[in-house]
Design a protein around this ligand. Sequence first.
Ligand SMILES: Nc1ncnc2c1ncn2[C@@H]1O[C@H](COP(=O)(O)OP(=O)(O)OP(=O)(O)O)[C@@H](O)[C@H]1O
Ligand SMILES: [Mg+2]
Length: 413
Amino acid sequence: MRRKKKNKSSDSNSTAMVNGKTFHTGQKVARKHCARFKVVACGRRWGKTELGKTVILEHAIWRGQRTWWLAPTFMMASQVWRDLKAAVRDIEGIKISEAERRIDSPRGGMIAVRSSHHPDYLRGEGLDLAVLDEAAFMEARVWQEIVRPMLTTTRGRALFLSTPFGRNWFWDLYRLGMDDEEPDWMAFHFTSASNELIAPEELESIRRQTSDHVWRSEYLAEFSDDQGQVFRGIRAAVRELEIGAPQPGHRYVAGVDWGRSVDYTAIAIIDATTRQLVALDRFNRVGWSLQRGRLKALTERWGVQVIWAEANSMGEPNIEALQREGLPVRSFVTTSASKSPLIESLALAIERGYLGLLDHPVLLGELASFSLERLPGGGYRYGARPGHHDDTVMATALAWYAVEHSGALIEFA
Ligand SMILES: Nc1ncnc2c1ncn2[C@@H]1O[C@H](COP(=O)(O)OP(=O)(O)OP(=O)(O)O)[C@@H](O)[C@H]1O
Ligand SMILES: [Mg+2]
C-alpha cells in the first residue's frame, strides 16, 4: 500500500497546546492535516492524549462544535475530564456538568467525556468531532455502531489515537488511512522515539528490560499479527539433555507453582551453572503432604540450593511445612505487579537463548499458549488462555527467578 503524500493543513495554526507546552514535530504533523478521519498510531508516551485534548478544546470551545471524548475505561476518562475542566475553568460563560461529564461553551460548543467500557450505555445526538483515545483497546462496535452514525448528518470528524493492539479493527482503520483511494482517511505512524522530549537513554533502558514483542508494539507502535503471544523462540531454546543427573560442582535451583482445585502443582529445576532446565514434574489430585514429599525427594535428588515457591493461597502453609523440614524454600508472592517482571524475564531468557528448555510437550504447549492481555488502563495481565494451564510456565519462571537472584543462593549455600 502506498503512503499518501498529501498533507494539507487545517485552519488552526496555533503552536501552543492546552497546557501551554509547544507541540513536538509529530504532533504538529498529525494536528495540521485536514483529513476528516485521522488514525494516529504511536508508541507509549508519544503525547497522544495531550494532542487529543488540545484538538477537542479547539473544536468545542473556539469553534463552538459538538464533541465527544472516548476512553476505554472510566479511570482514563476521569483523568482527561479533570484536565479538560482545568483548561476551561477561567473561560467566561463556561458551564460544567459533573453529573453528565459535560462542558458547554457560550458559543454552543460541547465536550462530553465518556468511557467506552459499556458500549450499550453510549447514546447521543449528532457530533462534529469524536476523539477516541487508545482506540485499539475499545470494541470495534464502539466506532462502527455508535460513533460513526453520530457523524453522518453533521459530516463530523474523528481522531483515533492509540498504540496498536495486533491487527484488530484499529489496524483496519489504519489501512484505510494509508489507502490513496480513501480521501477522507489519513494514517500517521510515530514511534515513542519520535517524541524528541523523551531522552534516548531512557528508551534504551526500557528496551533492554522489555521483551521484544512488548517493545515492538508499545514503543515502535508496530501492528503484529500475533499480538498477545508472550514467549518467542520456544523451539530454538530446546536443548537435548545429555545427562539426567546432577553434575558435581553445579548449582541447582527450583521453582514451585502450587495447584489449586483444577490446576497442577509443578516443580521446575534449573542447572544455574549451565542455565538449563533439567527437571520438570507436575501432579494433581494428591494430598498436600504427598505433594511436599515428592517435592522434597526431587529437590534432594538434584541437590537444589534454593527453591522459590508461590506463596498465594495454599502456598504459605506448604512453604512453612517444608521449611520446618529444613528445605531451603523462599516465598514468592504473585501479584499482577510481581508477575509481569517474572514472566518478562523468562520471555527474555528464552528469546535470547540464555535459558535452555527441555523437550517437554506440556511445558512447550503452555509456553506457546501463554498470553498477554493489555489492560485498557495501560497495564498488562499475563496468564494462560482460557482452557489452558500455566503451572509449568510459572514453575519455570520461578526457577529462572532463582537463577537471576543468585544472592539468595549465597545465603543458602
Ligand atoms: N509537546 C509536548 N511538550 C511537552 N510535554 C509533552 C508534550 N506532549 C506530551 N507531553 C507530556 O508527555 C507526557 C506523555 O504525554 P501523553 O500522556 O499525552 O502521552 P501518551 O502518548 O498519551 O502516553 P500513554 O501511552 O502513556 O497514554 C505527559 O506528561 C505530557 O504532559
Ligand atoms: Mg495517553
